[in-house]
Design a protein around this ligand. Sequence first.
Ligand SMILES: *[C@@H]1O[C@H](CO)[C@@H](O)[C@H](O)[C@H]1NC(C)=O
Ligand SMILES: *[C@@H]1O[C@H](CO)[C@@H](O)[C@H](O)[C@H]1NC(C)=O
Ligand SMILES: *[C@@H]1O[C@H](CO)[C@@H](O)[C@H](O)[C@H]1NC(C)=O
Length: 218
Amino acid sequence: MAASYVFLLVASLVALASSPAMARDPGPLQDFCVADNTSDVYVNGFVCKDPKLVKAEDFFFSGLDQPRNTTNKVGSNVTLLNANRIPGLNTLGISMARVDYAPFGLNPPHIHPRATEIQTVLEGSLYVGFVTSNPDNRLITKVLRKGDVFVFPQGLIHFQFNYGINKAVALSSLSSQNPGVITIANSVFGSKPAISDDILAKALGVDKKIIDLIQAHF
Ligand SMILES: *[C@@H]1O[C@H](CO)[C@@H](O)[C@H](O)[C@H]1NC(C)=O
Ligand SMILES: *[C@@H]1O[C@H](CO)[C@@H](O)[C@H](O)[C@H]1NC(C)=O
Ligand SMILES: *[C@@H]1O[C@H](CO)[C@@H](O)[C@H](O)[C@H]1NC(C)=O
């Protein structure tokens, strides 16, 4: 009895110790597993479609050279190619995005819960940054110009701002087939239903009226 308890304890400690490796997308167990988006079976990722039915189109996307419309509140537009857009990415642990920025456009502070991002500026220049976790919350920033590359570590709040009068374009690679996005302002102030203004007023140390004002924007 005691021995099996010790075994269980050791087994769970080993599982815990190896869990950082599981923080990334799991490795593939076959050449590919093209997503079958017609399946109603829920697994971690997507069910594979029959390999005999796989076509080149499953690994293909066209038109990433086309500028996107940046006429919106923040002045940026993200075109994300994840496993939903390119079914062949399923189980491969990678995705990419084109980001268009209007002059003074912002990709607002956000988190990718499942991916590190590496970004290349193709056009224009960007002021980019990320904030380290508690307790330091150190802001690390850099001005990027065409050809510059910057890394945003997994799970950290980051942003990109086009501080120029010309448009900017960047290409990002992300270390998950489904990086996920949590836009901080939208999540905190625009949740449905809203987080109580008592809670946010206390968390931010401001009057409830200020919280109501901000919540009204979302
Ligand atoms: C499934 O994927 C194909 C190819 O990407 C796409 O055209 C289709 O709209 C998707 N269907 C659903 C239900 O998501
Ligand atoms: C991004 O651009 C596409 C095509 O230009 C447009 O259809 C879409 O509405 C834009 N998204 C946002 C958030 O502005
Ligand atoms: C871009 O989006 C805005 C807002 O939705 C719209 O008014 C405008 O016509 C769009 N521009 C183009 C070129 O599609």
